[in-house]
Ligand binder design. Structure first.
Ligand code: SD4
Length: 340
């Protein structure tokens, strides 16, 4: 039987790719012993984001600060994935959702936020400076401005502008799974689907063993105005219980919400499942609900338990998650998946 080691290749830049896939026995071996601190995040965009988080963690910083700093890297990038560079809704307006949760059940969330560059930081301010967990729309923007966040121009990035114009030709909404692995342009599908997965979710454990998580998104491209997915919803897009573990989701938000996905993964870890097994059980639950329609969507979970073991599982092929710890600062792991 092949060993786990044989499936790990390292480049000179230190990038290690663990090819997993359902068929590879190696990927079902127990995870390596925990190495604190640790940060994991969704898709290959997570590689750069993890380095942002690592700057905090490697200096002994808090997981909470790390998960904010990490996803800010992605929010800053003007690609079509996350933040103001993301794809707009069907009215042509970019609306952003984000949430953050620490090791003490403190959480903050912002949804349908317009013209603010760092929704994750607004979510954190809501958590720390208001009696509320969630602010949406105009009120969220007012709060952000009052807190000193600059109001950015209402303008689409060149990529989003192009994609939106293309989409307007048909106005058809056809999500295509797995398009956010930016390194693989071949996975980009037709207009109206190609840019429908637009999220980064991140989980970190700091040197003290405390967990935190963050999630930020422009939501699904060309969504109905006012549509929210799982990403700003504590319990769906993200959940952290420091005594048990943390989980986060990406993919078709509606189906993650249906099972309160991230909370479900954490509760399954509480029952003794490994992070990967818990993610798999949650994916299976969605697959069962969806029946034949499961083939039309993608959902993926990542998880870390209190012992610092991590894992992930996806409904369909193509999901990867990035891991950064003391030994591998840039590791991209291809997730196992349910449907072959
Ligand atoms: C949403 N879960 O808005 C998000 C989309 C996503 O990668 O994850 N994109 O439903």
């Amino acid at each position: 039987m092949p060993t786990r080691r044989k499936f790990i290749t390292s480049s000179t830049t230190g990038l290690a790719l663990l090819a997993a896939g359902r068929s590879l026995e190696a990927a079902s071996l127990p995870p390596a012993p925990a190495k604190k601190p640790l940060v994991i995040s969704t898709w290959d965009t997570g590689l750069a984001a993890n380095l942002g988080a690592w700057k905090v963690l490697s200096k002994g910083g808090r997981a909470l600060d790390a998960v904010e700093a990490g996803v800010m890297v992605t929010e800053d990038s003007q690609n079509c994935c996350v933040g103001l560079g993301g794809n707009p809704d069907r009215e042509g307006i970019v609306t952003l959702d984000a949430c953050i949760m620490d090791d003490q059940f403190n959480c903050g969330s912002v949804a349908a936020l317009e013209r603010i560059k760092h929704p994750i930081s607004v979510a954190r301010r809501i958590m720390e400076r208001t009696p509320h967990v969630m602010l949406v729309g105009e009120g969220a923007q007012q709060f952000a401005v009052a807190q000193g966040f600059p109001l950015e121009p209402q303008k689409l990035s060149p990529d989003a502008e192009k994609a939106y114009r293309e989409w307007l030709k048909t106005s058809e909404y056809k999500p295509v799974v797995n398009i956010e692995n930016t390194g693989n342009k071949k996975t980009v599908g037709p207009v109206g689907g190609a840019n429908n997965h637009d999220t980064i979710a991140m989980l970190a454990q700091d040197g003290q063993g405390n967990l935190s998580g963050s999630c930020t998104t422009s939501g699904m491209g060309f969504k109905m105005r006012g549509r929210l997915g799982d990403s700003p919803l504590i319990g769906s897009g993200l959940f952290v219980d420091n005594a048990v573990g943390a989980a986060a989701a990406t993919g078709q938000g509606e189906d993650v919400i249906r099972i309160a996905g991230s909370h479900t993964v954490v509760e399954l870890m509480r029952q003794g499942l490994s992070p990967k097994a818990a993610c798999k059980a949650a994916v299976e639950r969605i697959a069962k609900i969806k029946g034949a329609k499961a083939r039309d969507i993608q959902v993926c979970f990542i998880a870390v338990n209190a012992q610092g073991q991590h894992g992930a599982y996806a409904l369909q092929k193509g999901f990867s998650y990035a891991v950064c710890d003391q030994t591998n600062q840039q590791q991209l792991i291809q997730s196992e998946y349910l449907l072959s």
